[in-house]
Design a protein around this ligand. Sequence first.
Ligand SMILES: C[S@@+](CC[C@H](N)C(=O)[O-])C[C@H]1O[C@@H](n2cnc3c(N)ncnc32)[C@H](O)[C@@H]1O
Length: 186
Amino acid sequence: MKNNLILETAHQLLSNYITSHDIMVDATMGNGYDTVFLAKQTEFVYAFDIQEKALFETQKQLDEQKIKNVKLILDSHENILNYVNDFKGVIFNLGYLPHGDKSITTKKDSTIRALKSILPVLKRGGFIMIVVYPGHEEGMNESNTLDTYCKTIDQNQYKIMSIRLPYQDNKPPYILFIHKVKDESN
Ligand SMILES: C[S@@+](CC[C@H](N)C(=O)[O-])C[C@H]1O[C@@H](n2cnc3c(N)ncnc32)[C@H](O)[C@@H]1O
């Protein structure tokens, strides 16, 4: 995690938006680094992954650090609302499990389905943060699909920020931050 400017920036950005009273969702638990980061700064974290290995690795980290304010859920992030619908924000760190099976990666269609389910339940001030990895084939598809989808999101209710390394030629990861700034009703 260290020495990665985008992941470090993602955590700094999160720290600006979350408080110790917030409930957060980690939509892609992986090895648990983001889950642990969130758990230390918020009231409670719901973390999702489709791989048993992710739950195993994350539980190991939680046990080692005696962290208890987390629920680990073996299910796709498309189904987040089946478990929780009142939260400050949701984070996605797309792609595959580092040091794991690279064929089990997030997929554009399920990522978009997850976003479409979450966006309407965000409260004013809530957010979705996505770290996107266009450096592999499925990641590039996902990046293009996200770009198309973000253009359709209501600009009045949501502001979308992107943080990139535009002069790197190795297609590095980037951040998309979707911030709900207004309710439909006002
Ligand atoms: C880049 S890793 C996440 C890294 C993690 N945030 C960390 O701190 O270690 C992406 C994870 O997304 C998971 N994933 C893929 N498709 C998913 C889905 N539909 N729902 C939930 N997790 C999924 C993968 O199994 C993988 O563990």
